[in-house]
Design a binder for this molecule. Structure first.
Ligand code: BGC
Length: 319
């Protein structure tokens, strides 16, 4: 069986949508600083943890309140939720976009109303974005591919990309191909299936890999999946064909389920990204921008990529 591998890649519940969660600061006063949190979904484990952390940190740092909404992967709903937050008087919004293109419309409108928007983890394509903070997603993809190659170096590989509306899906794929392309070119690896998975859905990934297995008479030697949910979907399809533990599978996030699967031997590599570094930075940026304060170490248009594994200097725009 392939060696279980955790890779450290970064320093750096779905609930009803109707009513926004609103957390009040202990000393809420009229006219205090309110910020907004707009999440794409809470299906993937990390996001609810980041929500809790950000709310706690913002209140601790003196915010008078935090308005939080989740869009259940619906880009139109997310835009109207952002619009409502602006109407409620938030001064900055941290956004995990469902669709990096579509969210640009809401960001443009919010910024016309003087509200600073911070793209969190996922890029939003708007020149009115106040800040973008993320991990080194290309490095994540590279580590995923390297982790799979630790198990199998040649043969038929299947690729599972992330959500086509999430820019991270393309960055992660770019990193994977940096590792895989030379091996494809020299004939060691043949790509026998390649699909991006709507909403990074585990269920959809399972169906996709089932179809890939059928199309290839089960001859798939490795699955380079882009995160833990898509990877675990692949494990489900492989297990049904008696191939779990035989085929290396990758992911990222180190979710509890993926870590359990690594311990069990059905999952090969999950790339760890420490949200304890990303979430506090985002709150710090949001509160500074909400109060019109300069950002420490970067301008309000800086892009921050946080990564310990390699020097991301070439991708870090200094003030
Ligand atoms: C994040 C991943 C996450 C995925 C699905 C991506 O944008 O970078 O950490 O697994 O979204 O939520």
């Amino acid at each position: 069986m392939k060696r279980a591998l955790f890779v450290l890649a970064a320093v750096l519940l779905s609930f009803a949508v109707a009513a926004p969660a609103f957390a009040r600061g202990a000393g809420e006063k009229e006219g205090g600083i309110k910020i907004g949190l707009s999440f794409a979904e809470f299906e993937v484990e990390r996001w609810a943890r980041e929500k809790d952390k950000m709310i706690a940190l913002a209140l601790e740092a003196g915010a008078s309140g935090v308005v939080c909404q989740v869009a259940n992967n619906d880009a139109n709903l997310q835009n109207s939720q952002i619009e409502n937050m602006v109407a409620e008087g938030v001064k900055a919004i941290i956004i995990v976009a469902v669709d990096g293109q579509a969210a640009g419309t809401a960001v443009d409108a919010a910024s016309r109303s003087g509200v600073a928007c911070i793209a969190y983890d996922r890029l939003i394509k708007s020149s009115n974005l106040a800040a973008y903070i993320t991990f080194d997603n290309i490095e994540v993809g590279r580590q995923e591919a390297l982790g799979v190659l630790d198990g199998v170096k040649k043969g038929n590989f299947a690729l599972l990309g992330g959500s086509p509306t999430d820019n991270n899906a393309y960055l992660v794929r770019k990193g994977q191909m940096l590792v895989l392309q030379p091996l494809i070119d020299n004939g060691d690896i043949t790509i026998v299936g390649d699909q991006f998975v709507d909403g990074w859905s585990q269920e959809k990934a399972l169906t996709i890999v089932e179809n890939m297995l059928t199309a290839n008479q089960n001859r798939i030697d490795a699955v380079v999946a882009s995160n833990d949910s898509t990877g675990l979907g692949a494990v489900g399809a492989l297990a049904a064909q008696g191939l779990a533990r035989k085929v290396p599978v990758s992911g990222q996030d180190c979710t509890a389920a993926a870590c359990a699967a690594i311990a069990e031997g059905t999952f090969t590599v999950s790339v760890f990204k420490d949200i304890n570094l990303l979430a506090p930075k985002a709150v710090e940026i949001a509160l500074a921008l909400a109060q019109g304060k300069p950002l420490q170490g970067m301008s309000s248009r800086s892009l921050a990529f946080l990564s310990p594994l390699r020097n991301a200097r070439d991708r870090l725009l200094k003030p």
